[in-house]
Design a protein around this ligand. Structure first.
Ligand code: ZN
Length: 222
């Protein structure tokens, strides 16, 4: 896996219940996004799920945790439902979810690939707690929103409280944004992480493929 990867997107929005405590983190994330320089895009389609086992096992748990904007409840099962625009390979999308799912499972989450949904433009935020919808879009207007800077994905999280995320939506570009690491990056946002160099949460090329010790500590459910 020698490829350099320009990772997907950047902004995390709180779709509802935006709290004062969360706002500064969001503002910082968006500002970082605006400063991102374009980078060569080399999609990584097939990351071996076994690598997730290795990366999490090698991540020490004693680090000081990073701040999170909202924390996913460890008791809530995470189901990744998905929808692909016409012409997008749904099996490829499913394959690409295997690595991030395995990663979450190794961090102690009960996570699984959920249901295939009929594609629609601007898929709404799921109302069912525990659901994250991943949408591989080909709609021009939607992709225009994702194509900001180096962004290839977009993630949102919603929660009933100021502390917990209950559902999420991730949109990725079907043309060049679909890859396992972009999905993990966006899941990192829905788990509460901001951008950070040297891990999968970076916004530039030369990323890692997983969370670092402090990020893992912040979202660890083990
Ligand atoms: Zn991001």
């Amino acid at each position: 896996m020698g490829e350099r990867i320009a990772l997907g997107f950047v902004a995390v929005l709180v779709a509802c219940g935006l709290s004062g405590s969360a706002a500064p983190v969001q503002a910082a994330v968006v500002a970082e996004a605006a400063a991102a320089a374009p980078a060569e895009w080399q999609p990584t389609y097939d990351i071996d799920p076994d690598l997730a086992d290795k990366l999490v096992a090698e991540t020490p748990r004693g680090a000081a945790p990073d701040a999170v904007w909202k924390r996913w409840d460890c008791q809530l099962t995470i189901n990744l439902d998905y929808a692909a625009a016409p012409g997008v390979d749904i099996n490829k999308l499913r394959d690409q979810m295997a690595y991030p799912i395995r990663y979450l499972q190794n961090l102690g989450y009960t996570a699984a690939i959920g249901n295939e949904l009929p594609y629609m433009v601007n898929m709404p935020m799921p109302a069912t707690p525990g659901t994250v919808v991943i949408v591989a879009t080909s709609d021009r207007s939607e992709q225009a929103g994702l194509a900001f800077g180096t962004h290839r994905g977009f993630s949102e999280g919603a929660g009933a409280s100021d502390a917990a995320v209950e559902s999420g939506r991730i949109s990725i570009m079907s043309t060049n944004g679909m890859s396992s690491d972009v999905i993990l990056h966006e899941l990192g946002h829905t788990l509460g992480l901001a951008h950070k160099d040297g891990s999968v949460m970076t916004i530039t090329a030369d990323s890692g493929l997983g969370f670092d010790a402090a990020e893992a500590a912040a979202i660890d459910c083990r």
